[in-house]
Design a protein around this ligand. Structure first.
Ligand code: AMP
Length: 385
């Protein structure tokens, strides 16, 4: 079992290939944009269509959840798809995701499904402002979202959403979920793996910071046991319900000591990239281990680590590479405004050292390209001092 086909040919497939190579795993990627199987590192190398990719693979997995249902069904018919198409579809449709959370009795933001104007006005009445409306399909990184803070904006938001839904080109009907805005203290996530024997290994929860709706920094440091246990319990409930195999990520809002699920991602996740330097076994390797039937690797935090996303930039000063405990991961992508181009992992032997390195990095990195790093470093210094 060593030939893996990944649906999607972006940075996550690339990092799976890089992590699987030492284990003699051979990864190929199906590029949904050109309908061809390609090499995950050198996309110019092509290997044919999806059906031949499926036939040649021992196991098929996915790097994103917004995959056409036809492709998912074609893969599932081979009996090789892990996690299952059900889990992938749930990750791609907020309506299914909310019903899963409810069926597992997992705490999440109060919400309503909106199918017409009557549902819209009822939701406003029952949830009370502020409300966030989210498209059911193809919503990620804050896209397809409307925030209603003042009732005077309600009708114009309704018109926008109606137009958005009518113009959708999705294979399943688009829809809207209304969700109460949660006054959270912070956003965290848990990334973990489950294998076909039902064994689970989770990483410590990570604190996530967003800039303009996109993840900018993830921070992994020792976590209070009770909070980690709470996140683990949610992870096990959802993973077991889905008979999940592979890496699963769950994003939460933390309010006081309580975790409310925001969303789930049935795949390796941006908030788990720090594991490449902060753990013995990174999320990419553990995903491959899980789907290939290999034992799961150690997920303990070995040193406090932060991950900084490189957005819309194809270079950083060389001084970054010269810093000990700092690693850069580029995705070999063409530069585009706001595009995820790579990330920087920063490690310290302890929390103070990590905060110091982040302060140092904040002086080196372009403040226009890395808007919030200085503020983040200052916040961490204050916390660890
Ligand atoms: P999402 O695409 O659902 O992860 O939403 C993008 C970002 O919007 C989240 O990371 C939060 O910062 C914010 N957000 C989403 N839903 C809510 C909510 N119900 N309450 C408060 N903030 C939210």
């Amino acid at each position: 079992m060593n030939k893996v086909l990944v649906l999607g040919a972006g940075q996550l497939a690339r990092m799976m290939d890089l992590a699987g190579t030492p284990l003699n795993l051979n990864t190929k990627a199906f590029d949904v944009r050109i309908d061809e199987v390609v090499h995950p590192l050198v996309n110019e190398y092509k290997f044919g269509d999806l059906q031949s990719g499926i036939e040649q693979a021992d196991v098929i997995t996915s790097e994103f959840e917004h995959i056409s249902h036809d492709v998912l069904e074609q893969c599932e018919a081979s009996g090789k798809l892990l996690p299952t198409s059900t889990a992938i579809k749930i990750g791609g449709d907020r309506r299914l995701e909310k019903s899963l959370l409810e069926s597992c009795n997992v705490a999440n933001a109060k919400h309503k499904v909106i199918a017409n104007h009557e549902d819209f006005t009822n939701a406003i009445e029952q949830l009370q402002l502020p409300i966030i409306f989210k498209s059911a399909l193809e919503g990620y990184d804050g896209k397809g979202q409307w925030r209603l803070k003042d009732i005077s904006q309600a009708e114009s938001i309704w018109t926008d959403m109606e137009e958005f839904v009518a113009g959708a080109k999705t294979s399943v009907p688009q829809g809207i979920i209304a969700e109460q805005m949660v006054p959270f203290d912070r956003e965290v996530s848990i990334v973990g793996a489950r294998n076909s024997k039902g064994e689970i290994a989770v990483y410590p929860i990570t604190e996530n910071h967003h800039t303009n709706g996109v993840l900018s920094v993830s921070l992994a440091m020792p976590v209070p046991t009770k909070l980690q246990e709470q996140a683990f319990e949610v992870f096990s409930k959802l993973a077991e319900k889905l008979d999940y195999v592979g890496v699963l990520a769950i994003e939460f809002f933390q309010v006081g000591d309580t975790l409310l699920v925001n969303e789930i991602a049935p795949r390796v996740h941006n908030s788990g990239h720090w594991t490449q330097q902060g753990c013995d076994t990174c999320q990419f390797e553990n995903h491959l281990r899980a789907i290939c039937g290999l034992p799961l690797g150690n997920t303990e935090l070995i040193r406090p680590t932060a991950m900084i996303n490189i957005l819309g930039q194809d270079s950083v000063p060389e001084a970054v590479l010269a810093m000990p405990g700092v690693a850069i991961h580029w995705y070999n992508k063409e530069k585009r405004n706001g595009r995820k181009m790579g990330h920087i992992n920063v490690c310290g032997n302890n929390e103070q050292e990590l905060a110091d390195k982040l302060s140092q990095l904040a002086e080196i990195l372009d403040p226009l390209a890395f808007e919030d790093i200085k503020e983040f470093a200052t916040m961490l210094q204050a916390r660890v001092n």
